[in-house]
Design a protein around this ligand. Structure first.
Ligand code: 3PG
Length: 307
């Protein structure tokens, strides 16, 4: 009987856990649940003899991978797999996968929801501003970016996008204006919504030079990863431009300084919660379970990210 560990420091919704368990039960797999663990050492211990692993933002680093004697597959129930040491996995012949698209709508709804929240002064009763008629730039037009574009159009926003990996006509078919450069996007749009992955190329790539060219009343919305922001630049732009606002799904490392100096111009979720909906957890969780079963039984490597 194959053993699967679901290691989620931030647990899936109970409905999702039940559905994941029932997929594995039908396939006659054993499921071990490790939720809200206090220490990385608990994760390292739990992974020892399992065949498959489902994680969220949990840190599947070299130590975890090396401690896993039987592990054949890791599925990141979500899009970003910057929390898996791919090199270590590949060295041990372990397949790593993500579940692209499964929680995209949840993340997109949070991005736009936070935009409304800050534009309305965190619902404090004072007159705020509307999203209608404002320009939003989607920085990377993947699954989440697409949903943000769709929702923003519903709000009556003018939607622009930049993505060097997606043909312009694909973007324009959605009624979104595709721009030729990242600079053009930042120069054009009062709102920028970030949807780039965190990797060696993108880390700290959102810097002062980009932020300074944003139009008046600029708002940067980050539901991607905090690592893509150059925090030195962030503090500088906050100080230089009293009109600049920053919204992020989880706080930057320099949170305390922002909180102390720039009241009313930021919003940070207390815990990463873009994908924290029952629907997203069910979608990503079931996709993970099916991907594991299909890999172990049919050698199906669709969605493998360490090929
Ligand atoms: C993702 O990459 O899919 C999101 O960041 C979700 O992360 P989470 O599973 O930790 O909520």
């Amino acid at each position: 009987m194959a053993k699967v560990l679901i290691a989620t420091e931030k647990p899936f919704a109970p409905a999702a856990v039940n559905e994941i368990k029932s997929v594995f039960e039908k396939a006659n797999y054993e499921v071990i649940l490790l939720e809200k663990y206090a220490d990385q050492s608990d994760f390292i211990k739990a992974v020892k003899d399992v065949d498959a692993l489902i994680i969220r933002s949990d840190n599947a680093n070299r130590e975890v991978i090396e401690a896993a004697d039987n592990l054949k597959i890791i599925v990141r129930a979500g899009a970003g797999y910057d929390n898996i040491d791919l090199e270590a996995a590949t060295e041990k012949g372990i397949v790593a996968m993500n579940t692209p698209g499964q929680n995209s709508n949840a993340v997109a709804e949070l991005a736009v929801g936070m935009m409304v929240y800050l534009a309305r002064n965190q619902f404090n009763g004072k007159a705020g501003t509307e999203l209608k008629g404002k320009k939003i730039g989607i920085h990377a037009y993947g699954n989440v970016g697409k949903y943000v574009a769709q929702i923003a159009k519903g709000f009556g926003m003018e939607v622009y996008a930049f993505d060097p990996f997606i043909p312009k006509e694909t973007i324009e078919n959605d009624g979104v204006t595709a721009l030729d450069s990242v600079e053009e996007l930042y120069k054009t749009c009062q709102y920028i919504s970030l949807h780039i992955p965190a990797n060696e190329k993108t880390k700290e790539s959102i810097n002062y030079d980009l932020l300074k060219i944003m139009p008046l009343n600029a708002t940067l919305v980050n539901t991607a990863r905090k690592e893509v922001i150059c925090e030195e630049s962030l503090l500088k732009i906050f100080a230089d431009r009293p009109d600049f606002k920053y919204i992020s799904d989880i706080a930057p490392n320099c949170k305390d300084e922002i909180v102390e100096k720039f009241e009313g111009r930021y919003f940070f979720t207390p815990k990463k919660m873009g994908a924290q909906t029952s629907e997203a957890n069910i979608n990503a969780g079931i996709a993970s379970a099916n991907q594991i079963i299909n890999f172990l039984e049919k050698d199906d490597t669709t969605f493998q990210v360490n090929k």
